[in-house]
Design a protein around this ligand. Sequence first.
Ligand code: DO4
Ligand code: MG
Length: 285
Amino acid sequence: MRICRYVNTDNQVHIGLAKDDNTLLNLTTAEVESITSIMENEAPEKFLSSLKEEKLPEIPLNSVNLLCPIEMQEVWAAGVTYMRSKDARMEESDFSATAYDRVYDAPRPEIFFKSLPEKVVACGDKVGIRRDAKWNVPEPELVLIMNSRGIISGYAVGNDMSSRDIEGENLLYLPQAKVYHRSCAIGPWITVGAKEEEARQWEISLSIERADKKVFEGKVSVNQIKRSFDELSRYMNQSQEFPFGSALLTGTGIVPDDDFTLEEGDTISIYISGIGCLKNNVVLV
Ligand code: DO4
Ligand code: MG
């Protein structure tokens, strides 16, 4: 089941439930005012199924503008959760290689702050590359959407935009490589009701186009994530309080070759089979 935030011709924000691939049900008319309230429900899937039975107004999906599904959730990201990511970081920096090697096998995962909710870019909006960086890449990642009790209640597609030269120069520069204007995109909606076993069957694919030509393509199975989702959510919520829940990007398993860097105007498409496609153009920031 997929839920989203959208605006249509009335310019009001609505919550939608996908009836099928082309149609949304307007949940705002059933007094559902936020994605957060659905995530907080004890049984979101059951709740949404009951709403599907009601006679709610139907809206063609292609007539609305989808907004970012993140409302008030802090956004964090896990790193070095795939072997490919560990190898790429170790190559990018002799200086920090041991840290990446160690964290891959350590009981405590790498988890870092990524974005305030209001700064997350929606599907169709522009993601940024830093003008003081020379080596910029997208990181296509599955996003766990957790409620205030730390329960994973949904999944989305995420892009953890990164400046690899800044990160590689010194590990202490990681926040600058990861957190800047337009550095995080999440969308296009939230898939509710899938268990971890099902989500692990999904495939993540990344394609980058430049002037209508494909300049990079790659894919990875979610099942290659080294850590369980429970493990990630446990560390994320340990000694923390997220009154509105949180979102956690789960790390990248696709890293373009070392001679690849993003350019302004590129189009990044990230597809996760159980969710959908997050598409953004690149702008210099
Ligand atoms: O430590 C660097 C960041 C790792 C990361 O973002 C990833 O593996 O996806
Ligand atoms: Mg990442």
